[in-house]
Design a protein around this ligand. Structure first.
Ligand code: FAD
Length: 465
C-alpha cells in the first residue's frame, strides 16, 4: 500500500531514513510542499529560494533515474498531505523530523488531520544525533556548547549510514504536480543570482563531489579554517542545510582521517547539532534576546528613542562601512549567498557593537541573503556573537575588525570582494588611510575607538538602569 514521503530540508536519496523506510514498505509518493503559509514571516529568503529551486530540480532528476516522479505542491502542508493521503488511500506518511517551530506544529497538526488507516511515521535524519540525545547527568538538555560537545563525543559513533533505495516503485496513477518553474523561486529581472550561478553546484551529486574534494583537504582545516583568503573550509553548509547530504554520511566518510583537522571539523558538525538542541529547548530563540541582563530597549540604538539607524544598517548590508574586512564579507554574502565563518563573526560583531544595532536586524538580513540560512544556526550564532543568549556573555568583548583582518591575513579576500581597494599594498589594505583611500571607497562610518567606547558606555548605562 502507498507510502507518502514528505520531503522538506532532506532533499537527498542517500541516508534518508524516511525515504528508505517508505521505499521498503511499498510504492511511494515523494512530495515537496512549498509552504509559505505555515512559515509565516519566516518564508524562505531570496537566496534560499534560489537554492531550493535548483535542489528540487536535481532531486527531481534523481527520482527520474528511478523512473519515479517527485510531486510538487504549494499551499498549507497539512491540508495538502491529509488530502493526498485520503485521495490515494495511503497507509503512511514518512517524514524526517524537523525542529523549526512551524514544522513541529505542522507535524502535530498532520497527525490529527490524517484519515483513519493512515499514520504519520517520523524518522531522525538530519543531525548526528536526534536533539535531546545528549543530556546532563540529571537528564536535562545542555545549554552550553562545551559540555554538550563532550557528551556528544562520548556518545559517538552516530548511527550507521543508510544507502539510497535501490529500487523505487510508484503507483501507476500519480497525483498532479505543480511545475517548478511556476513557483517563481528564481529572481525576476534584474537577475541578482549570476554570481551564485557561477559559484555553486547544487544538489546531492554536487554535495558528494564536494565531500570527495573535502576528504583530501580536511587535514588542513585546523590551520586554514580562519583564513578567509584561502579555500580551506568545506563549504558544505548549504548542502547540509537543505539536506542534500547528511552529517552522518560526512562523518562516516571522514572518520578515518584521524587528523587534528578532522577533530576540529567534527566539532563544527557538533555545533550544528548544538544549534538544533538550543532551538528545541527555546523555540523562539532566533526571535528574542534570552539573557535577562540584556535590556533591548536600553542597549541598542533605537528609532523609538530618536536614533536614526536606517542609513547605517543599509551601509552595512551593502558593504560600505569603510571597514574593508566587513565590506568584503557583506559583498561576498550579497554576491554568492555565503560568507566565510570568521568574517561572519567580524561582520556580525560590527553591526551589533560598532553600530549598536539590535542583532535581530542582522539575523534577518542573513536570513534573506544566505543560501545556508538556517533558523537554528543563524539565530544561535547571532545571539552568541551578541552575548544575548543562554551561552555566552560576549557583549563587552568588542572585536577589532582591523586587527582581525591583519591577523587572519585577509588581504587577498579584500582584493577579491572590494575591487576598488585592489591596488593597495598589503600594509594599506586592511585600514586604508585617508591618503591612500580611493575616492570611490567610503570613509569609516565610525572610528574604532569611538565605537568601542560608545558600546561599552551603553552597556554600562544599561546595567546601571
Ligand atoms: P565548515 O567550517 O566547513 O564547517 C562544517 C559544517 O559545520 C558547516 O557546513 C556547518 O554545517 C557546520 N558549522 C560550522 N560552524 C558552525 C556554527 N558556528 N554553527 C552551526 N553550524 C556550524 N551556519 C549555517 O549553516 N547557517 C546559518 O544561517 C549560519 N548563520 C551564521 C550567522 C553568524 C552570525 C555566524 C557567526 C555564523 C553562522 N553560521 C551559520 C555558522 C558558520 O558560519 C557556517 O556554518 C559556515 O561558515 C559554513 O561554511 P562551511 O560549510 O565552509 O563550514
Amino acid at each position: 500500500s502507498i507510502q507518502i514521503v514528505w520531503l522538506r530540508r532532506d532533499l537527498r536519496m542517500a541516508d534518508n531514513p524516511a525515504l528508505y523506510a517508505a521505499a521498503q514498505a511499498g510504492p511511494i509518493l515523494p512530495v515537496f510542499v512549498l509552504d509559505d503559509e505555515r512559515t509565516g514571516d519566516r518564508k524562505y529568503g531570496g537566496a534560499s529560494r534560489w537554492w531550493l529551486h535548483h535542489s528540487l530540480e536535481s532531486l527531481g532528476r534523481s527520482f527520474g533515474r528511478h523512473n519515479a516522479k517527485l510531486i510538487l505542491r504549494h499551499g498549507d502542508s497539512v491540508d495538502i498531505l491529509a488530502d493526498l493521503a485520503a485521495k490515494t488511500g495511503a497507509e503512511a506518511i514518512h517524514a524526517n523530523r524537523h525542529y523549526e517551530p512551524w514544522w513541529r506544529k505542522a507535524q502535530g497538526d498532520l497527525e490529527k488531520a490524517l484519515p483513519d488507516g493512515c499514520e504519520l511515521v517520523l524518522h531522525d535524519g538530519n543531525y548526528l544525533m536526534p536533539p535531546g540525545t545528549a543530556t546532563t547527568g540529571s537528564g536535562d538538555p545542555y545549554k552550553i556548547y562545551t559540555p554538550f560537545s563532550r557528551a556528544m563525543r562520548d556518545l559517538m559513533p552516530p548511527r550507521d549510514e543508510l544507502p539510497a533505495p535501490e529500487t523505487i516503485s510508484q503507483p501507476s496513477d500519480l497525483p498532479a504536480s505543480d511545475d517548478l518553474s511556476d513557483w517563481d523561486l528564481l529572481p525576476a529581472k534584474p537577475n541578482w543570482a549570476t554570481e551564485m550561478e557561477k559559484f555553486w553546484s547544487v544538489g546531492e551529486d554536487a554535495a558528494r563531489e564536494r565531500l570527495d574534494w573535502w576528504a583530501d583537504h580536511v587535514a588542513e582545516y585546523e590551520d586554514g579554517r580562519n583564513l578567509p583568503s584561502e579555500d580551506q573550509t568545506s563549504q558544505m553548509s548549504p548542502h547540509l542545510h537543505w539536506g542534500e547530504i547528511s552529517p552522518i554520511t560526512i562523518w562516516h566518510a571522514l572518520k578515518d582521517k584521524r587528523s587534528e583537522g578532522w577533530r576540529t571539523y567534527e566539532s563544527e558538525l557538533i555545533w550544528r547539532d548544538y544549534a538544533q538542541n538550543i532551538l528545541c529547548q527555546f523555540p523562539t530563540y532566533p526571535e528574542e534576546t534570552y539573557r535577562d541582563a540584556i535590556d533591548d530597549n536600553k542597549l541598542w540604538r533605537n528609532p523609538n528613542r530618536g536614533h536614526v539607524i536606517e542609513e547605517e544598517l543599509e551601509a552595512w548590508q551593502m558593504g560600505r562601512t569603510g571597514y574593508p574586512i566587513v565590506d568584503a564579507g557583506m559583498r561576498q554574502l550579497w554576491a554568492i549567498g555565503w560568507m566565510h565563518n570568521r568574517v561572519r563573526m567580524i561582520a556580525a560583531s560590527f553591526l551589533i557593537k560598532h553600530l549598536l544595532i539590535d542583532w535581530r536586524h542582522g539575523e534577518r538580513w542573513f536570513w534573506d541573503t544566505l543560501v545556508d540560512a538556517d533558523y537554528a544556526s543563524n539565530g544561535t550564532n547571532w545571539q552568541w556573537v551578541a552575548g544575548t543568549g543562554v551561552d555566552s556573555n560576549m557583549f563587552p568583548r568588542i572585536m577589532a575588525p582591523l586587527s582581525q583582518s591583519e591577523k587572519f591575513d585577509a588581504a587577498g579576500y579584500i582584493r577579491e570582494w572590494v575591487p576598488e581597494l585592489a591596488e593597495l599594498s598589503d600594509d594599506q589594505i586592511h585600514d586604508p588611510s585617508d591618503q591612500c583611500r580611493p575616492s570611490d571607497y567610503p570613509e569609516k562610518i565610525i572610528g574604532h575607538r569611538e565605537a568601542r567606547e560608545r558600546a561599552l558606555e551603553a552597556y554600562r548605562a544599561m546595567k546601571e538602569g
